[in-house]
Design a protein around this ligand. Structure first.
Ligand SMILES: [Mg+2]
Length: 107
């Protein structure tokens, strides 16, 4: 994570994003929506694994960029990741609507 975080922090620095729309969350949400649409097209139009990997990397870069923009350190991300992972690992898996498996708390 640290390696990716530094790479994206360097990207933000190179393009002087601090204090601009590039680090505003509403703008970033629009970018993520755009990239999610590109991923959806790659999947639904059968563009292949290479395109699917690229669109996922675009989303990953934006997500890491969100942390950089919000000044959340890689150590804080690591802590939050493992807290969430622990929760996820305690969940149940169930078949819903007779065809899709879901992993949730099922309250
Ligand atoms: Mg893309």
């Amino acid at each position: 994570m640290k390696e990716y975080y530094k790479a994206i922090a360097d990207f933000h620095k190179k393009f002087e994003m601090k204090g601009t729309n590039n680090e505003e969350m509403t703008f970033r949400l629009n970018l993520m929506t755009e990239e999610l649409g590109e991923l959806a097209q790659a999947v639904t139009k059968g563009k292949g694994k290479k395109a699917i990997v690229e669109e996922n990397i675009d989303l990953l870069n934006l997500i890491i960029g969100n942390f950089v923009s919000l000044e959340i350190s890689s150590e804080e991300i690591k802590k939050a990741f493992w807290e969430k992972h622990k929760k996820l690992m305690s969940r149940e898996k169930k078949l819903v609507n007779g065809k899709n498996f879901r992993i949730s708390e099922f309250k």
